[in-house]
Design a protein around this ligand. Structure first.
Ligand SMILES: Cc1cc2nc3c(=O)[nH]c(=O)nc-3n(C[C@H](O)[C@H](O)[C@H](O)COP(=O)(O)O)c2cc1C
Length: 186
């Protein structure tokens, strides 16, 4: 604890608490990033950190954890899909994709459990877009991208994707993180 007569300097625990709270107050939509490896294996990852970053050409940025299987797949095939979860039932889809594909990514797993690779798409109805990435039947909408740039930023890599196709599948609005009940940020 710093002496009580000092001003609240940046980096003190109190200040950090405020920073974390402010970052957690940012609003996000809830997405599922679909990807595939060169051998055709697919994956689906829950993601908040997705945004459009250019009109002409249409570019989006997605921040992906450096040790995510999704990032490996996107680097391999240079394509991915973004599925926008629906406000009505997106939470059920989110529950199926929130765990990492690889058991080893979860701390404290036994050696046996760490070796397990979970097929998150096995119980999620989906089809394939023209770029062969998964489009979820229950999504509000989707778009596909060609990955054009990979920018390493701390513990994530920003993937810049050129939007190649997309559509809206259902009426309604997107699921937002506040209604999901899980947080990603801070
Ligand atoms: C609400 C929520 C939002 C998330 N958003 C992101 C995100 O934007 N980027 C990311 O890399 N991971 C995000 N994650 C974590 C990934 O979904 C998680 O690490 C995932 O297991 C990695 O998947 P993979 O290894 O199967 O590719 C989020 C998790 C939650 C609960």
């Amino acid at each position: 604890m710093p002496p009580s007569n000092l001003p609240n300097l940046p980096g003190t625990p109190k200040e950090l608490e405020g920073v974390e709270k402010a970052l957690l107050a940012l609003s996000y939509g809830v997405h599922v990033i679909g990807s595939r490896a060169t051998d055709g294996t697919m994956n689906a990852m829950l993601a908040d950190w997705v945004m459009q970053v250019s009109f002409k050409p249409r570019l989006v940025a997605v921040a992906i954890e450096n040790d995510a299987r999704t990032l490996r797949y996107v680097k391999e095939t240079r394509v991915f899909s973004v599925n926008l979860l629906h406000e009505k039932d997106g939470i059920e889809v989110a529950r199926k994709v929130v765990m990492p594909a690889e058991g080893r990514k979860i701390k404290g797993r036994s050696e046996e459990a760490a070796a397990v690779v979970h097929d998150k798409l096995a119980t999620i109805p989906h089809s394939l877009a023209a770029n062969l990435c998964p489009v979820l039947d229950d999504a509000l909408g989707w778009f596909t991208c060609d990955a054009e740039q990979f920018v390493e930023v701390g513990d994530h890599t920003i993937v810049i994707g050129r939007v190649t196709d997309g559509d809206i599948l259902r009426a309604g609005e997107m699921l937002i993180e506040r209604d999901l009940g899980w947080e990603y940020g801070g």
